[in-house]
Design a protein around this ligand. Structure first.
Ligand code: IFM
Length: 426
């Protein structure tokens, strides 16, 4: 296991330390959602269906007990629109009560709930009508958000409206390209189950504008209901790095895929940073992972410093006045020691940004549990292993390591170590 005995950075008061999940990826049997329909369609291109997922729909009390016992003080989880409004205009009171119990359950355990309203999946009826591009999409999302207020009550402060709108927009563009027979097939990744090379397409301005409208509409609903809600959205930070001479190309590549979504957060109460790896951009566009570099189960480059770089870039684009919460950061690996090594370096890069003045309010690791990675169970991101048959939960050593940091209220900061130790950690 990585050495965490080096210098430590004391956590500011109120700093959230915890882990994240999303509804579809852990609950199981999200039968009224669009993705469930796609996963179960005959001849679907999706390799593996979500099925029972981690059965967190029933086992959430155990999940929250574990997070509390490990030492965390926060849990980010999603509520599922497709369960709350399985048919247009029909609100499932049972689903509202279910999520309300989860919110109360988190608070009773001393876990600050960070609640996501939309994480990739929509009700099937919404997508069948045309999804985010239908004329009244923002209104429909606002109406769902009004119901979600009953779930949040006075217990929740941090609300994320839409998770990774930039990925939603990109996946939409990929599906359009697939329908037109354009894309170059690759495998898996963070693509909502669509297996195509994202560099060949870019989000359409219409889709981007529609998502921003929906976000703003939900923001207004939440603030009208309770001005104390702290509302933001969470962006997939791609950490685009320009090769020398490719600065303008990289900026043009990043803008529709990330920066436009960050700019839309300038009026928000916080911004969610989600970083896993970097993407190098050369004069002709994206470059492959460097020869010989370590890669993870999602085939992403092992590059933990992406987290600090994502925070720096986010601050530059959004502005220093909007606080940051790291709502996702992690690694898909079957080697838990690599998870600790990755997270330790990621946290050190985060500390460096905090020391440089970044207002960071929390770190929520992706993911609390091994879960459904949009088409496959193979990439395991969890701090806690889940048996696919019995659903037994087993915290990994990384969970105990990160939980101990949360309990001790310190983060590792490799940059402060004597030079030779820091160098060997790179
Ligand atoms: O599992 C996903 C999550 O749903 C959104 N952010 C990236 C994670 C890892 O791919």
């Amino acid at each position: 296991m990585a050495d965490s005995s080096g210098p430590r950075f004391p956590l500011p008061d109120g700093f959230l330390m915890g882990a994240s999940t999303s509804a579809h990826q852990v609950e199981g049997n999200n039968v009224s959602s669009d993705l469930w329909a796609l996963e179960n369609q005959p001849g679907t291109f999706i390799a593996e269906r979500s099925g029972d997922a981690a059965d967190s729909f029933h086992r959430w009390p155990q999940d929250m007990d574990l997070l509390r016992d490990l030492g965390f003080n926060a849990y980010r989880f999603g509520i599922e629109w497709a369960r709350i409004e399985p048919e247009q205009g029909h609100v499932s009171r049972a689903a509202v009560a279910h999520y309300r119990a989860m919110v109360r359950g988190a608070v009773e355990r001393g876990l600050t709930p960070v609640v996501t309203l939309h994480h990739f999946t929509s009700p099937n009826w919404f997508s069948a009508r045309g999804g985010w591009l239908t004329e009244d999409a923002a209104e429909l999302f606002a109406s769902y958000t009004r119901t979600a207020v009953e779930v949040l009550g006075e217990d929740v402060r941090y609300v994320a409206t839409i998770n990774e709108p930039n990925m939603l927009a990109l996946v939409h563009a990929m599906r359009r390209a697939a329908e037109q027979g354009r894309p170059s097939p690759t495998e898996g990744g963070d693509t909502g189950g669509v297996a195509f090379d994202p560099s060949t397409v870019e989000p359409s301005p219409n889709m981007t504008a529609a998502l921003i409208r929906a976000h703003r509409a939900a923001y207004r609903v939440l603030k009208e209901a309770d001005p104390g809600y702290q509302v933001g959205w969470t962006v997939a930070n791609q950490v685009y790095q320009a090769e020398p001479g490719a600065e303008e190309i990289a900026a043009a590549y990043a803008r529709p895929r990330e920066d436009v979504f960050l700019e839309a957060a300038r009026e928000d109460d916080w911004i969610g940073v989600q970083a896993y790896t970097r993407h190098r951009i050369g004069p002709h566009g994206p470059l492959p992972v460097p020869e010989g570099a370590e890669t993870t189960l999602t085939r992403w480059e092992f590059y933990p410093e992406a987290l600090g770089e994502a925070v720096r870039h986010t601050r530059q684009v959004v502005g220093a006045g909007v606080p940051v919460i790291v709502t996702e950061n992690g690694i898909a690996t079957s080697d838990d020691e690599r998870r600790v090594a990755h997270t330790e370096r990621a946290l050190a890069s985060l500390v460096a940004q905090m020391r440089a003045g970044a207002d960071v309010r929390g770190y929520l690791h992706w993911s609390a549990l091994d879960n459904y990675e949009w088409g496959s169970y193979r990439p395991t991101f969890g701090l806690i292993a889940v048996d696919p048959v019995t659903f037994a939960r087993t915290p990994k050593p990384s969970a105990r390591w990160l939980g101990a940091l949360a309990r001790d209220r310190h983060l590792p900061c490799g940059a402060d170590r004597p030079q030779h130790v820091a160098a060997s950690a790179r």
